[in-house]
Write a new protein. Structure first.
Length: 259
């Protein structure tokens, strides 16, 4: 299927690896030029080089902390006018309710709530002026089924969900869509970290923790960055212009609800 976005330009945050890279590669496969951002220059340059070689698209890299105002300014200056924005940032650390203080919540809000909002506010006006745009936020299944040990993430990402619910409908008639992708268990570095924490807390091996986690997924496996990226590319396509303010689960059937 031709998604109708060849020649568009996208900014993909936290895209040197994991789900962000999966989205970048899927967009590149549709002929979209890229502005890639991550904190680590070495991994970012390696990803950019691999994408250029495989897909032959133009790729600009900006190694900066997207959660800091200075990093946002640097990325936005390099990006210029983009047609597609994919927001993404690493999740805050797990813990128990007594572990988190005000500073922990502020840090989580900066990364997973205020940064996406800042990028949306910066890039939305030019999208509206051109009459076309796609914004996809990578959030978490936790906004539908909160994960007790991820209270910081539950709180910040739920806030972003509420923001998008309103703004997406305010701009729905402009040709710009805003939606959220909610990943469940995908085989990424973040999941490996959670397995390590879980193994330590339960006194089991990381392999046992991983097997126990897989057992919670009806599909019987973890998701891949490639299939997540494909869903992102579709949401960014011409074909998805009637999808407004939605929260789309990619969790292998783990959420036990009808809606």
């Amino acid at each position: 299927m031709d998604l109708g976005i060849q020649g568009r330009r996208a900014l993909v945050c936290a895209s040197s690896k994991g789900l962000g890279r999966g989205c970048a590669e899927a967009l590149a496969g549709e002929g979209v030029s890229l502005v890639l951002n991550a904190r680590g220059a070495e991994a970012l340059d390696a990803t950019a080089g691999a994408i250029r070689q495989q897909f032959g698209v133009d790729v600009v890299t900006v190694a900066a902390d997207i959660t800091a105002e200075s990093g946002q300014a640097e990325v936005l200056a390099a990006a210029g006018e983009v047609d597609i924005l994919v927001t993404n940032a690493g999740g805050p650390p797990p813990g128990m309710w007594w572990d988190w203080n005000r500073d922990d919540f502020i840090s989580a809000f900066d990364a997973n709530l205020l940064t996406p909002i800042a990028l949306i506010k910066a890039l939305l006006p030019s999208m509206i002026d051109r009459g076309w745009g796609r914004i996809v936020n990578i959030t978490s299944v936790a906004v539908k089924a909160p994960i007790p040990v991820l209270g910081l993430s539950n709180t910040a990402r739920s806030g972003l969900t509420g923001y998008v619910a309103g703004v997406s409908r305010q701009v729905a008639g402009t040709g710009v869509t805003i939606n959220n992708l909610l990943p469940g268990l995908h085989d990424t570095d973040r999941l490996a970290m959670l397995d390590k924490v879980d193994a330590g807390a339960r006194g089991i091996s990381e392999e046992e923790a991983r097997a126990a986690r897989i057992a919670t997924v009806p599909a019987g496996r973890f998701g891949t960055a490639e299939e997540f990226g494909a869903a992102c590319a579709w949401l960014c396509s011409e074909k998805a212009g009637f999808v407004i303010g939605q929260n789309i689960l990619l969790d292998g059937g783990a959420f036990p609800g009808a809606l």
